[in-house]
Design a protein around this ligand. Structure first.
Ligand code: ATP
Length: 374
């Protein structure tokens, strides 16, 4: 039962070799993945990469073609959905329109034969900040409030794992941002494992302790958001998590302990070894746009050991509120991007200005170009 399941809390969710094929199409391809107990875990990837299929296998709504799903010592791969200590919150809240909010939240408990539910329902409504709305019907609530009811309805069952499938997808941007903070607060408060599926990189990075980036049925990279952002392992991750400048280069000196020495279109640049995926051969040299400082052509580097690419010409200037985005055409024809904060102290560069790009080796990542197109 759910009650005995709760005793096993403290268990990691482990997917091993999990595979799902639809006819000859492989939607989820030999996935290995550990979700630590109590973590807020995000599965992030573009539409069609297999996120929902993975989640549905964990929920028991889709039978795996191969592999196992375990929760601590329990193999749940082939358990019926309702026998799993797992609950799902979908994008469509699927509330019962004819029932009150209280009855919607109590539904799971009542179905399992619990008679006295009022206290639990009240506690759940407090948790999701819907105190006082118990007697309304779903149609009398806003979208964001309905989403909270769906959350309360799932949490009241005390699942060991809560699955969230694009739960904020139907909300407008402002409400979405607000609910992201709210969901994170609730997760911290209840301490349950949350597995959250989204294609929104900002959402995943805002909420999750650990993000797994999925592409074509496989995990590209997994780790804390800041690590994925600062040290992407592949061009896919570099491009999916925000904007990156990726410039073709070659490792000139990868031996020893100091920074890697790279050649980029005839210029020597340095990269922190700790961030480099490879230390030889053809590489993509990467830097995030906000780490690039533009300076009028010909000036000295701002830091002695810094990287500098010369010969750029500003091709576009766009005001984006807190920052200005510059596109800079390089002598080899590529356009690179730089963001600068609009602090008010700097005069904005104009289109056509001759500029150099400066940035630090510590913000330089180095990806394998032999098998990875940018
Ligand atoms: P989205 O963000 O658009 O929901 P997703 O990453 O969740 O995408 P899935 O829904 O898991 O992707 O689908 C992965 C792939 O498997 C897609 O190409 C999809 O068309 C395919 N697929 C999913 N369900 C089925 C099915 N029942 N039969 C055939 N193909 C399916």
């Amino acid at each position: 039962s759910q009650e005995s399941g709760a005793q096993g809390a403290g268990a990691d969710l482990v997917l091993s070799g999990l595979t799902k094929r639809f006819a000859s199409f492989t939607a989820v391809d030999d996935l290995d993945l550990t979700v630590p107990q109590g973590s807020f875990f995000a599965l992030l990837g573009p539409s069609g990469c297999g996120k929902t299929t993975t989640l549905r296998m964990v929920a028991g709504l889709e039978e795996p073609t191969g592999g196992t799903i375990t929760l601590g010592d329990d193999d749940i791969t082939h358990l019926k959905p309702y026998k799993r200590p797992v609950n799902t919150v979908f994008q469509s809240y699927a509330l019962f329109p004819h029932l009150t909010i209280a009855a919607n939240v109590a539904f799971g408990l009542r179905r399992r034969g619990r008679k006295r539910v009022a206290e639990d329902v009240e506690r759940m409504l407090d948790l999701v900040e819907l105190t006082g709305l118990a007697d309304r019907r779903p149609a009398q609530l806003s979208g964001g409030q309905q989403q909270r009811v769906a959350l309360a309805r799932a949490l009241i069952n005390q699942p060991r794992v809560l699955l969230l499938d694009e739960p904020l997808g139907a909300l407008d941007l402002k409400l979405r941002r607000q609910m992201q903070i709210e969901l994170k607060r609730i997760q911290t408060e209840v301490g349950l494992t949350f597995v959250h599926v989204t294609h929104d990189q900002e959402e995943a990075m805002t909420m999750a302790d650990t993000v797994a980036v999925m592409n074509a049925g496989r995990i590209e990279q997994m780790g804390p958001p800041e690590v994925l952002y600062e040290c992407p392992a592949t061009t896919f991750v570099a491009n999916f998590l925000g904007q990156s400048n990726l410039v073709a280069g070659r490792v000139r000196d990868g031996a020893g302990e100091g920074d890697l020495v790279l050649d980029v279109h005839g210029t020597t640049v340095h990269a922190d070894r700790a961030r480099a995926v490879v230390a030889q051969g053809d590489v993509w040299v990467g830097v995030r746009p906000e780490k690039v400082v533009l300076a009028p052509a010909g000036g000295a580097p701002s830091e002695p050991a810094g990287n500098c690419l010369r010969g750029g010409v500003v091709s576009d200037v766009s005001f984006v509120g807190v920052s200005t985005q510059y596109l800079v055409r390089m002598p080899w024809g590529q356009e690179l991007t730089a963001f600068s904060q609009n602090s008010g102290h700097h005069e904005r560069l104009r289109t056509g200005a001759a500029v150099d790009l400066h940035w630090s080796p510590a913000h330089t990542f180095c990806l394998d170009a032999s098998q990875d197109a940018a």
